[in-house]
Design a protein around this ligand. Structure first.
Ligand code: HEC
Length: 157
């Protein structure tokens, strides 16, 4: 092996190792932090839902913001399952039920329904749907929240 080739391999391995470190659970992902992160993601979804509701009710006239809110939710829905690693079952105050990890496939189905409903709302809005169509898609999205919260989120104290 030439010296140049060997150093090329070394550089490639170093780059691959670095790349693999991104997105892999490491010492950085402490359970308490994973729980806080999950709750931050969920609160952001709740915030955007509240903002859409305010616009839909006519309390706020920024109808041009609907797309940004809907697409933000759709983006969070894509990562929703990622914020429930098994290591985050406990370690800080959490309303995530143990059933999430016991019935993981069923839980994934709820996350998938959320993804579909949020993508649909974004596409209805971006496609210029009227308020009835947007309202229906928004209602369906709201049902997908409850569809997961009912079986998998504990009641608030
Ligand atoms: C796939 C399941 C699932 C879906 C879908 C889902 N959630 Fe959640 N959500 C949870 C769980 C579980 C918790 C509890 C997290 C915890 O306490 O660690 C939660 C917590 C929350 C919280 C409280 C966050 C906090 O501060 O503790 C809000 C707000 C929330 N969800 C809003 C929503 C909204 C709005 C939607 C739909 C647009 C939604 N969620 C969809 C599972 C889901």
């Amino acid at each position: 092996m030439t010296r140049r080739f060997a150093s090329l391999i070394a550089a490639t391995v170093a780059a691959a190792t670095l790349a693999a470190g991104v997105g892999v659970a490491s010492a950085a992902d402490q359970p308490a932090d994973q729980i806080k992160y999950r709750q931050a993601v969920m609160r952001s979804v709740g915030g955007h839902m509240g903002a859409i509701a305010a616009i839909m009710k006519g309390e706020i006239s920024h109808t041009g913001h609907l797309s940004a809110h809907a697409n933000a939710i759709a983006g969070m829905a894509v990562v929703a399952a990622d914020v429930f690693p098994p290591s985050s079952a406990s370690g800080a105050e959490t309303r995530a039920k143990p059933e999430i990890w016991q019935d993981w496939d069923e839980f994934l189905g709820k996350a998938e329904a959320f993804r579909t409903a949020s993508a649909n709302l974004a596409s209805v809005i971006d496609g210029g749907g009227d308020s009835a169509a947007v309202g229906a898609a928004f209602g369906d999205l709201g049902k997908s929240c409850g569809g997961c919260h009912r079986p998998f989120r504990a009641d608030a104290n």
